[in-house]
Design a binder for this molecule. Structure first.
Ligand SMILES: Nc1ncnc2c1ncn2[C@@H]1O[C@H](COP(=O)(O)OP(=O)(O)OP(=O)(O)O)[C@@H](O)[C@H]1O
Ligand SMILES: [Mg+2]
Length: 286
């Protein structure tokens, strides 16, 4: 049984003339991080909404094919059970904050409250997560008055407190500066270490190269390519399809074209460093 699987999934929004997702097949394994990339309007958020069970229940429209989450077809899941299995961090951190709670602590507790978790357990879980994410200093603040980076960390805290096994994270760093971005990736790394299965939409391609086990490229609703990050990014032809490629992958490709290929195709800085040092020591030994 695969952990999550899409079988020939197509979806069309109400009144749309074209499918937003077209015959998608994929299987996801537990504990891996999947990077979802592709140009704007390609269907990445639609894909996330589908996994989260918002399609078609919330958006309407026509869904065909099957989506299995932990072996059970998504239409057979109770929505509350799905909510405690899959956490969703939305593309826009402003929509994530409820707007009805006066402190960050209460905001983080909200999802657990909705699930009917005991008060004591809520306090325990929220206290743990604010420590984990280093936001203890914010717990008394008004959630509506946070900076973009703080909001995003609170959004993560709310989801992590729910303790879901699967996380769908849609462009978490698009509004953040480099420091805010690296804080968020530190959290994502931590979640991966904890064995969560993560679907991450992210335009910052170097970070996808570094953190993703597998990469899915979506263009005009189609899954045009997928595989391990190295497999996907060693195809520099993707550039012609509007897909960004890590700078290091371009360097690896240039080395290959110069007749000086690296032993393995590097897509991250540290992989390239290894290869360069290896080449250096081979030269010295000759
Ligand atoms: N609620 C909706 N109703 C109708 N069409 C929609 C709706 N949401 C998205 N679409 C359309 O579906 C297609 C895919 O959009 P989607 O938001 O999934 O793309 P995306 O890859 O997330 O883009 P971005 O990188 O800009 O976030 C687009 O053509 C978009 O216009
Ligand atoms: Mg989107």
């Amino acid at each position: 049984m695969s952990y999550m699987e899409l079988k020939n999934v197509s979806y069309r929004y109400p009144l749309a003339e074209e499918d937003a997702l077209k015959s998608i097949n994929y299987h996801f394994e537990e504990g891996k991080l999947y990077g979802i990339i592709g140009e704007n309007g390609g269907g990445k958020t639609t894909f996330c909404d589908l996994i989260k069970g918002l399609i078609p229940s919330f958006y309407g429209g026509d869904l065909t094919g099957e989506v299995f989450i932990k072996g059970k077809e998504i239409r057979d899941w109770e929505s509350s059970a799905l909510a405690s299995t899959i956490g969703y961090i939305f593309q826009n951190p402003f929509t994530q904050i409820s707007g009805i709670k006066e402190t960050v602590f209460e905001e983080i507790a909200l999802g657990l409250e909705n699930l009917g978790v005991d008060r004591e357990e809520i306090i325990e879980r929220v206290t743990k997560v604010v420590k984990q994410l280093k936001i203890e200093h914010l717990i008394k603040n008004n959630p509506n008055k946070l900076s973009g980076g703080q909001r995003q960390r609170v959004a993560f805290a709310s989801i992590i407190a729910m303790g879901t096994d699967i996380l769908v994270i849609d462009e978490p760093t698009s509004q953040l500066d480099p420091k805010g971005t690296s804080d968020i990736f530190e959290i994502i790394h931590l979640l991966k270490e904890q064995g969560k299965t993560i679907l991450l939409v992210e335009h910052k391609i170097d970070l996808i190269a570094e953190y993703a086990d597998e990469v899915l490229v979506i263009k005009q609703g189609e899954l045009i390519t997928s595989g391990t990050a190295s497999e996907v990014f060693s195809d520099v032809d993707l550039l012609n399809k509007g897909v960004n490629i890590p700078q290091i992958a371009l360097l690896s490709n240039d080395m290959k074209e110069q007749g000086q290929p690296f032993g393995t195709f590097a897509i991250t800085k540290s992989q390239a460093m290894d290869q360069i040092l290896k080449k250096g020591s081979e030269k010295i030994c000759q």
